[in-house]
Ligand binder design. Structure first.
Ligand SMILES: *Cc1c(COP(=O)(O)O)cnc(C)c1O
Length: 480
């Protein structure tokens, strides 16, 4: 018996809803080994077809013990974010519609939705009204796209067509980055043949020193790309973008801003000032799948030079239809390093509409308020040293020494109540808390604080959250 599509989809919707309902009472990090998952998932490739409903049911059951509760409000690791209901549902529809979002002609709605989201984004983030946009997997590929546009543009200005001639024999392109840039910047540069960048020193919060940048730029007028950061991944600190833009201008340098999560500060009146000067850059990257709480994979690149952006990305082939009659239309493959791809615009559109301008601001401000509250209160716990100025949604702290810091993190992770990870800062171990999930509220912050208190005290008793701990124990036991 073949299941109807409706049967399978409705079953999946029920499984997904049940999962999301369970996230509040499951250990945030699963109590499972890779070997157990290999056993659960590692069935032989079947010789014959299986019923779709059975396949999906088995998959959900086998994957379940290995799922991390990052969709829920008790997850504070890395910078992750969950999925707003509207964005998640739009993401499902995107799969159902299965549009090839490479060309207008392969899915007109998928193309037009990107035009609309582009307009909303430049408005919300305070960027130039005519900036072009590309929807990619994440900030990693947004960097590749932005730097490719930059590479084209600065070499074009030097009379070199990098598309035709490549980099061999080209004028040298100098790339300057901050000491605390994200690792994805280096990989993007590597993929583009730009090699290892020149590193500009940073201050104690990880902000690029604009005086050091100005000194590096002085007396050099060759093709130059500068990469600044809006939101350092550990501290949340912003490079002084106004001063950096000022230093870039006389040097004719292209300014790229990594705003994977931090660029959203520009959408919140209370935090907009942090991003001041960002609008003067030449390209920007951000993620929808982090702070905007759109499901993975959803990164965004914006560019103040649409012609260079397009020139760096476009492909021409005889069979491609590039317009709709006389009407200019958006062929998405002109703006991203992909050809066939998922229609990523729909979920971003749904997230932005469901929040509205005030909702985006409120999401950003609420997360920052919770981070502030966590920081103020963790700093009063014994042995804790707060390491960052909490300017955004990231909190960085440590205990007396590396061994103790790591031991506390490990105990917190094992508790199943909340999850976050260790990191390194200034050559020492530290703990990073990121408040980026739309579901995180006072209760989750209180729980995180109590969990740290108990972990640091070596206290294994529940300490005030017995209902959750009972549920965690039950669910842990229920796991394989
Ligand atoms: C997460 C992050 C990236 C990489 O983004 P992906 O979406 O994971 O590719 C780059 N820069 C910063 C500052 C980040 O926080």
């Amino acid at each position: 018996m073949v299941d109807s599509a409706r049967t399978v989809i409705e079953q999946a919707a029920a499984l997904a809803a049940a999962y999301l309902e369970s996230v509040g009472s499951r250990p945030v990090f699963p109590n499972v080994t890779a070997e157990q998952l290999r056993v659960a998932l590692g069935r032989p490739m079947p010789d014959a077809p299986l019923a779709p409903a059975e396949v999906v049911r088995d998959l959900a059951a086998a994957a379940d013990p290995g799922l991390v509760g990052s969709a829920g409000g008790r997850y504070f690791g890395f910078v992750i974010g969950g999925g707003l209901p509207a964005a998640l549902a739009a993401d499902w529809l995107t799969s159902a519609w299965d549009q090839n979002a490479g060309l207008y002609v392969a899915g007109p709605a998928a193309s037009v939705v990107e035009e609309v989201v582009r307009e909303w984004l430049v408005d919300l983030l305070g960027l130039p009204a005519d900036a072009s946009v590309g929807f990619v997997t994440g900030t990693q590929m947004a960097h590749v796209t932005g730097f490719a546009a930059a590479r084209f543009h600065v070499l074009d200005a030097a009379g070199w067509d990098v598309g035709r001639n490549g980099l061999q024999g080209a004028p040298r392109v100098r790339v300057l980055v901050g000491e605390k840039r994200h690792v994805t910047v280096d990989r993007a540069l590597r993929l583009l043949g730009l090699g290892a960048p020149t590193v500009v020193g940073a201050d104690g919060q990880g902000r690029m020193r604009s005086d050091a940048l100005a000194a590096q730029l002085a007396g050099h007028d060759g093709p130059t790309i500068v990469c600044a950061q809006a939101g350092e991944v550990n501290t949340g600190a912003f490079d002084p973008l106004e001063e950096i833009a000022e230093a870039c201008r006389p040097a004719g340098a292209w300014l790229h801003v990594d705003g994977a999560f931090g660029l959203w500060a520009a959408a919140a009146p209370a935090y907009r000032q942090l991003a001041a000067g960002a609008e003067r850059a030449d390209s920007w990257t951000t993620d929808a799948h982090k702070w905007l709480n759109v499901p993975y994979d959803s990164g965004i690149v914006l560019c103040a030079h649409p012609r260079s952006h397009r020139a760096a990305m476009t492909v021409h082939a005889e069979y491609l239809v590039q317009t709709d009659g006389a009407q200019p239309v958006r062929d998405q493959l002109d703006w991203v390093p992909e050809f066939s791809r998922r229609a990523r615009g729909f979920a971003v559109y749904a997230a932005l509409r469901s929040l509205g301008r005030s909702g985006v601001a409120e999401l950003v401000e609420r997360c920052c308020r919770h981070a502030r509250s966590f920081a103020d209160r963790i700093a009063t716990q014994p042995g804790v040293e707060l390491l960052n100025e909490v300017v955004l949604n990231q909190v960085l702290f440590r205990y007396e020494d590396d061994a103790r810091t790591d031991a506390v993190v490990e105990r917190v992770q094992r508790s199943g109540r909340v999850w976050l990870s260790g990191t390194s800062w200034d050559g020492r171990r530290a703990i990073r808390v990121s408040v980026s999930n739309w579901q995180t509220g006072d209760e989750e912050i209180d729980l995180a604080l109590e969990t740290f208190r108990a972990a640091a005290a070596g206290d294994t008793r529940s300490g005030g959250s017995s209902t959750l701990d009972e549920a965690l124990a039950r669910n842990r036991h229920g796991a394989r």
